[in-house]
Design a protein around this ligand. Structure first.
Ligand code: NAD
Length: 438
C-alpha cells in the first residue's frame, strides 16, 4: 500500500488542458490525489476535457480568478511557460499549494516575488522538472548521495529536441505564442535540473553561448537562436556544460564525473528506453584505478504503477511526490522554490552573458534577503508588456522580422493535421503527436 493511501486524497485543480492532461490523468488514477477542477481559456480544450470526464466529479472553468476560488488543496500550473509566477503567487495567496510546470519565472523580479510569496504564505511550492525524476537521472541522485563517485568535478547534460517538424502543433500558428518569443537559454532546466537535483549544489556563475543559426526555427516563426550552451560553475568549483534546444537529432543525456568515478545514462529520447539505463565506473565498485564499468536499469518501488507514465515514468513521480509532500510524508522529494530558481538562473543570466559578449555573470543566492534588492525591479525579458523599458531582443543578433504568412501557414498545417487525425478540430486538441515527442 502507498504511504498515506488511507488518508484523504489531495484535491487538485489543473490550469492548462494541453500538457495538463498528464497531471489530470495522474489524478484520475492516483491513490493520493483527485482531480476536482480544470481551467482553460480555450473552449476547444475545455470541451475535449469534458468529453473525458465521465465518472469524475470535475468542475470546469474558463477563468483563473473563478477557478482559484474552487474548494481544492492545490493547483497544477500547466499554462504558458513564461506565465507561471503570477498565477503561482495568486494561488498561494489564496491558500493553495502549487505545482508549477517549467519554467518557474520569466524575470528576476518574478524570481524575488515568487520566493517571497512562498516564504510569506508557507504554502508548498513544487517545481515540476520531471527530467530529474527520469529513471537514470534519479538513480544518479541516489548514487551521488551515497558517495559512489565522490565529489562532483564536471558534468555534461543535454536536452536536444528538434521541434521543427511539430512546431505547428506546439504553437498553432499563434504569432505571440511563448515558444515563438523566448530566447535561446530560457528552456534550460530539462538539461541542468537533474545535475542540480542530484548534487544539491548551487550554481554561482554562468557563461552563455547561443547558436545564431536558426533556419529550421525561422520557417516555423521561432525567433530565438536554435540552441544554447551554458557553462556553469557550482559552489564547490565543479563545472557543468549544459546544452539545450533544437539540433537536428534529439538527445537526452546526463553524465557526471566525480573524484572517485563517473556515471552517466544512455543517450537518447526517453521512449527509446536508454534513459532507463545507467553506466557507472567508480573506485567504489572496483579496485582503485582498475575501474570496470557496471550498467543496469534501476527500479523504483512504484514503477508498476507509474513506470508507463510519460517521460520515462517521471510524469508520475513528480505528481506523486507533490501529493505526498502535502500529506506530510517525510520521504516526499520535491524541487522547492529555491532549487527551482537555482536551476533557472543560469538560463536567465546566461542570456545576459550572451548579450554582453559571453562574459561570466555571477549568480545570486536569492535565499539571502539582501541579495534580492539588486534584482527586485529587474523586468528584462523578451515580452514587451512584462519587460517595459528593459525589453531584450530574442537573439543576440536582434529580433528577426517574421512575415505573417509564416504564422498563417503554421495555423493551416495545425488545422489540417487536426482534421486528419480525429475528423474534428475540437476533439484533436490534445496534440497526440506532440505528447509522444515532447
Ligand atoms: N515537463 C515537460 O516535460 C513538459 C512537456 C510539455 C510542456 N511542458 C510545459 O507545459 C506548459 C504548457 O505547455 P503546452 O505545450 O501544454 O502548451 P501551451 O503552452 O500552448 O498551452 C497551455 C494551455 O494553457 C491555457 N492557458 C494559458 N493561459 C491561460 C489562462 N490565463 N487561463 C486559462 N487558460 C490558459 C491555453 O489555452 C492552453 O490550452 C508549459 O509550461 C511547458 O513548458 C512541459
Amino acid at each position: 500500500m502507498l504511504w498515506g493511501a488511507k488518508m484523504k486524497k489531495i484535491k487538485i485543480g489543473v490550469l492548462g488542458g494541453y500538457r495538463g492532461t498528464s497531471m489530470i490523468s495522474y489524478c484520475k488514477k492516483a491513490d493520493n490525489a483527485e482531480i476536482v477542477a480544470i481551467c482553460d481559456k480555450s473552449p476547444e480544450v475545455l470541451e475535449a476535457q469534458k468529453e473525458r470526464a465521465e465518472g469524475y466529479d470535475i468542475t470546469f472553468y474558463d477563468n483563473f480568478d473563478e477557478f482559484i476560488e474552487h474548494d481544492m488543496d492545490a493547483v497544477v500550473l500547466a499554462n504558458y511557460a513564461n506565465e507561471h509566477a503570477p498565477f503561482a503567487i495568486k494561488a498561494m495567496k489564496k491558500g493553495k499549494h502549487v505545482f508549477s510546470e517549467v519554467l518557474p519565472v520569466q524575470t528576476m523580479k518574478e524570481a524575488v516575488e515568487l520566493i517571497e510569496a512562498v516564504e510569506e504564505t508557507g504554502m508548498i511550492y513544487a517545481y515540476g522538472e520531471n527530467y530529474c525524476f527520469m529513471p537514470a537521472p534519479y538513480e544518479m541522485k541516489k548514487l551521488y548521495g551515497e558517495g559512489k563517485i565522490g565529489e562532483i568535478e564536471y558534468a555534461e547534460c543535454e536536452y536536444i529536441h528538434n521541434c521543427a517538424p511539430i512546431w505547428h502543433a506546439l504553437t498553432y500558428g499563434e504569432k505571440d505564442h511563448w515558444r515563438n518569443n523566448m530566447y535561446s537559454t530560457f528552456y534550460c532546466t530539462h538539461s541542468l535540473g537533474p545535475i542540480i537535483h542530484a548534487t544539491g549544489l548551487r550554481p554561482v556563475s554562468v557563461v552563455g553561448f547561443e547558436s545564431s543559426n536558426n533556419h529550421r526555427g525561422i520557417k516555423g516563426g521561432n525567433k530565438s537562436g536554435s540552441f544554447a550552451v551554458e557553462m556553469v560553475t557550482l559552489e564547490n568549483g565543479a563545472l557543468i556544460k549544459s546544452i539545450h534546444g533544437g539540433l537536428y537529432v534529439d538527445s537526452i543525456w546526463f553524465s557526471m564525473y566525480g573524484s572517485k568515478g563517473r556515471m552517466e545514462c544512455g543517450r537518447e529520447v526517453p521512449d527509446s528506453g536508454r534513459i532507463r539505463k545507467i553506466y557507472i565506473k567508480s573506485d567504489e565498485i572496483a579496485e582503485a584505478y582498475k575501474i570496470t564499468e557496471e550498467s543496469y536499469e534501476p527500479k523504483r518501488e512504484l514503477d508498476e504503477q507509474g513506470g508507463n507514465f510519460g517521460h520515462g515514468g517521471s510524469d508520475f513521480y513528480v505528481m506523486w511526490n507533490f501529493a505526498e509532500k502535502i500529506k506530510g510524508n517525510p520521504e516526499a522529494d520535491i524541487i522547492d522554490v529555491y532549487e527551482a530558481i537555482d536551476m533557472f538562473l543560469p538560463g536567465i543570466l546566461g542570456y545576459r552573458s550572451i548579450l554582453n559578449g559571453n562574459i561570466p555573470i555571477d549568480i545570486p543566492n536569492l535565499r539571502d534577503k539582501k541579495a534580492r534588492d539588486e534584482w527586485r525591479n529587474d523586468t528584462a525579458c523578451t515580452i514587451p508588456e512584462v519587460a517595459g523599458d528593459m525589453l531584450l531582443p530574442t537573439c543576440a543578433t536582434g529580433t528577426p522580422e517574421i512575415e505573417d504568412e509564416i504564422y498563417d501557414r503554421m495555423k493551416k498545417l495545425w488545422e489540417e493535421e487536426c482534421e486528419k487525425k480525429d475528423g474534428s478540430y475540437r476533439a484533436s486538441t490534445f496534440k497526440q503527436g506532440m505528447r509522444k515527442k515532447n
